[in-house]
Ligand binder design. Structure first.
Ligand code: DQA
Length: 144
């Protein structure tokens, strides 16, 4: 019974990357906060970030056999392009919440479409790193 948090491409740069859009917190800051929330809920949490689509697909596939019961994912730019990651998530049959730090609907039109949203349990977009925390709190309430 584990919650898996997946961060897509360029999210390793959080804190330095367009902070007016993505905030000043680093990925480590966010993961640390999530670790604290998981600990309080005595939940097992794992984190994965990659800039490579194939590594993200591989990690999602691993969730089928590593005890993962819930996924929180920010596919970043692959949100708008990756049928491969979508198919991997579908294969897991696991519930997931899609996160975006920014409000993708208030930005360029190419960000308005997501290959994930119709399959997601829910989508949080525009609440910054708080979105991850809210998703985790939700995951803790539905945990098996
Ligand atoms: C993002 C939004 C995407 O459009 C963008 O490519 C990202 C981050 C977000 O968290 O707001 O890299 O997923």
């Amino acid at each position: 019974d584990r919650i898996l948090v997946i961060h897509g491409p360029n999210l390793n740069l959080l804190g330095m990357r367009e902070p007016e859009i993505y905030g000043s917190e680093t990925l480590l800051d966010i993961n640390r906060k999530l670790t604290g929330i998981a600990k309080k809920g005595s939940a097992d949490i794992a984190f994965f970030q990659s800039n490579a689509e194939s590594r993200l697909v591989d990690r999602i596939q691993e969730a089928m056999t590593d005890g993962t019961s819930f996924i929180i994912i920010n596919p970043a730019a692959y949100t708008h392009t990756s049928i491969a990651m979508r198919d991997a998530l579908a294969a897991t049959r696991l519930p997931f919440i899609e996160i975006h730090l920014s409000n993708i609907f208030s930005r360029e039109t190419f960000r308005h479409h997501s290959y994930f949203s119709d399959m997601a349990l829910g989508v949080i977009s525009g609440l910054g790193s708080k979105g991850y925390e809210l998703a985790l709190e939700y995951a803790l309430t539905v945990r098996r």
